[in-house]
Ligand binder design. Structure first.
Ligand SMILES: Cc1ncc(COP(=O)(O)O)c(C=O)c1O
Length: 412
């Protein structure tokens, strides 16, 4: 049981934490695998993994071991000195990315602490790369999400986030969709920044052929392709990066969320290894012993799960469950969306979606919202069959309570 009850935690939070989050009325005290326990001792199935972060679930053994080792030896020394796990993590990321690929370029990695920082790094690489030719514009998509710093907010293609925070840096151009990107290219365009599966924009997986065609056009025009894999990266698609599923060779890939299983980390990986010189970019915390030891433990576990096909099995099983919900509740859902364990169900209207999320919480299964009325699922990647089954039983109980016409269809 928690030292403080829920009401005390809530009161303290309301008094002292800035009110930037619309929090659900629950506080968790511990977790194991895909299960969480709240202050009252009630258990929940976590189909959100802290918005795609707890890639190995809660308190996984591999991460405990890595964090203990760091705590006992070194947590932080700064980037003034060499850091062995940082170098090793960079090497693993490059090695796993290049596995089975024809990409002969050398790649290197910069480490920060978040997705927004990873994207800031990518934007700076693009700006410096284009400096001599006077090119600086970066094209991004409608409904995209790239972060909350001033530059990554401007890159984010959703006006609702821009209100109140102007002026923004110049040089971000919005395209309606993939087909519209070539129309937005001009002599000052240096890069296109894309999520292959828009995480906040409706778990919208872009069309593979269209992405490949765009990649070709950009290469011909010496325009960089930056892929934001902050949410889709680190095996969420079934592969280390969704870029591999799409069969493209970007110039920059950014990542964060699942990379260290919950320890803050962000990384920007690029083939443009000579653009930055010493002093061009940096981070106090980025890539320290704690986060990169955690990253090494997470990558090792997930790479083994990929090799052993355990990840594929979990993905297929989760999709089967989603398809069954879709089939039985056609009045609520219209289609399954996404890729791998970054998936969702399109809900027929926003009010129902709000109801679903809150009723699911009462039935102790955590699910997420995405844009475009999508119920989003980002479960731990090592979620077990039993945890999936139990989560879906709870989800169905919740759906049965919704106040809408939702008679399950008879499907024999
Ligand atoms: C695709 C994408 N890019 C960037 C970000 C920003 O990451 P962070 O919140 O770690 O700064 C997010 C966060 O949700 C994201 O989904």
């Amino acid at each position: 049981m928690a030292k403080h009850g829920f009401k005390a935690i809530q009161a303290l939070d309301k008094a002292y934490v800035l009110h930037t989050y619309a929090r659900a009325n629950v506080a968790f005290v511990k977790g194991k695998g895909a299960r969480l326990q709240d202050t009252q001792g009630k258990d929940y199935i976590d189909f959100g993994s802290g918005i795609g972060v707890a890639s190995l679930g809660h308190s996984p053994k591999a991460l405990q071991k890595a964090l203990k080792k760091s705590a006992k030896t070194l947590i932080h020394t700064s980037n003034l000195y060499y850091i062995e796990p940082q170098a090793k993590l960079a090497a693993r990321l490059v090695e796993y990315y290049k596995r089975g690929s024809s990409d002969k370029a050398q790649w290197r990695v910069f480490f920060g602490n978040s997705g927004a920082e990873a994207n800031e790094c990518a934007i700076k690489i693009a700006r410096k790369f284009g400096e001599k030719s006077g090119r600086y514009k970066i094209i991004t998509l409608d409904s995209s999400f790239h972060g909350r710093t001033i530059a990554t907010l401007k890159a984010t293609g959703q006006d609702k986030f821009h209100k109140h925070f102007a002026p923004f840096p110049d040089g971000f151009v919005r395209a309606k969709n993939l087909a519209d990107i070539p129309n937005k290219i001009d002599s000052q365009t240096i890069a296109v920044l894309l999520e292959l599966v828009q995480g906040e924009g409706g778990i919208n997986a872009l069309d593979k052929k269209q992405v490949q065609d765009l990649a070709k056009i950009l290469k011909e025009q010496n325009i960089l392709l930056i892929i934001d894999e902050v949410q889709s990266g680190i095996y969420r698609s079934g592969e280390i990066f969704a870029s591999k599923v799409y069969g493209i060779e970007p110039d920059v890939i950014t990542m964060a969320k699942g990379l260290a299983g919950g320890v803050p980390i962000g990384a920007c990986m690029t083939r443009l290894v000579d653009v930055f010189e010493s002093g061009d970019h940096g981070s106090t915390f980025g890539g320290n012993f704690l986060s990169t030891n955690a990253g090494l433990a997470v990558l090792k576990t997930l790479e083994k799960m990929r090799k052993d096909k355990v990840l594929d099995v979990a993905i297929k099983y989760f999709h089967t469950k989603l398809d069954s919900v879709l089939k039985h509740y056609p009045a609520i859902f219209s289609k399954r969306v996404g890729l791998g364990l970054m998936c969702g169900l399109q809900v027929r209207n926003g009010e129902i979606l709000t109801q679903i999320i809150s009723v699911c919480l009462q039935h102790r299964v955590l699910v997420l919202r995405s844009g475009g009325n999508v119920l989003r699922f980002l479960p731990p990647l090592n979620i077990t069959k039993g945890e999936i089954d139990e989560g879906f039983v709870r989800l169905i109980h919740a759906l049965k309570e919704l106040k809408i016409p939702q008679k399950p269809k008879n499907t024999k």
